[in-house]
Design a protein around this ligand. Structure first.
Ligand SMILES: [Cu+2]
Length: 214
């Protein structure tokens, strides 16, 4: 094969994005599985499809509690409760407020165009707390009840696996790891988890004809 043919072949191979899949298991310092932790690989491609996502209001709580999205994602905020919510964020990555009226009103949408953590609250229900983690990568996943997550990504030099959860002690170990060749990774945290920041949700009290209080 001539020199130019080799160059062409190498060029073709280099251009082929080979997908990899990584199984991650996250455990706390006591070996208990950590669920809902967000894991992602960065850097990722800047241009990738950002699929729409949903942050619902259910039983006077945000659902899901933690929502990872890629930069550029439009998140819709439906209201599944028969009462109003007044959702807000003061986070620098995205400041907004939404008055969500009773069930069946068309959901409102917010586009998240900057990476960062967006903390959600509700002006009517002080205990409501939720997070939208806006990531500069389309390669993310979340741990299940067993602390397991599967990440699909395209390997490249210099990539890191990163983790976020509201109970992680970010002052401690680096919240990122070099990605090593291999298909599974066990990540045991080396410092204790912080307290769960979620305030207690008051017990629902029926009022009148089956409605809620507030
Ligand atoms: Cu509310």
């Amino acid at each position: 094969m001539g020199k130019s043919a080799w160059a062409l072949l190498i060029g073709l191979l280099g251009g082929m994005a080979e997908a990899a899949s990584l199984q991650v298991e996250v455990r706390d310092i006591d070996g208990k599985p950590l669920s809902e932790a967000v894991l992602w690989v960065e850097p990722g491609p800047t241009q990738a499809k950002a699929e729409p996502a949903l942050m619902d209001q259910q039983k006077r709580q945000f659902k899901p509690y933690i929502l990872p999205v890629q930069v550029g994602t439009t998140v819709s905020f439906p209201n599944s409760d028969p009462i109003n919510h007044h959702v807000y964020s003061f986070s620098p990555a995205k400041r907004f407020e939404l008055r969500l009226h009773q069930q069946n009103a068309a959901p409102q949408e917010v586009r998240f165009d900057q990476p960062g953590l967006v903390t959600l609250g509700c002006n009517i229900h002080d205990w409501m707390l939720g997070f939208i983690l806006v990531l500069d990568s389309p390669w993310f996943s979340q741990t299940d009840a067993k602390g397991h997550a599967r990440l699909d990504f395209e390997p490249a030099a210099g990539q890191q696996l990163r983790i976020w959860h509201p109970r992680l002690n970010d002052a401690s170990e680096a919240m990122s790891r070099e990605l090593q060749a291999g298909s599974s990774l066990s990540w045991q945290l080396s410092s204790p988890l912080k307290r769960d920041p979620r305030p207690k949700v008051p017990v629902l009290r029926p009022q009148g004809k089956g409605g809620y209080m507030r």
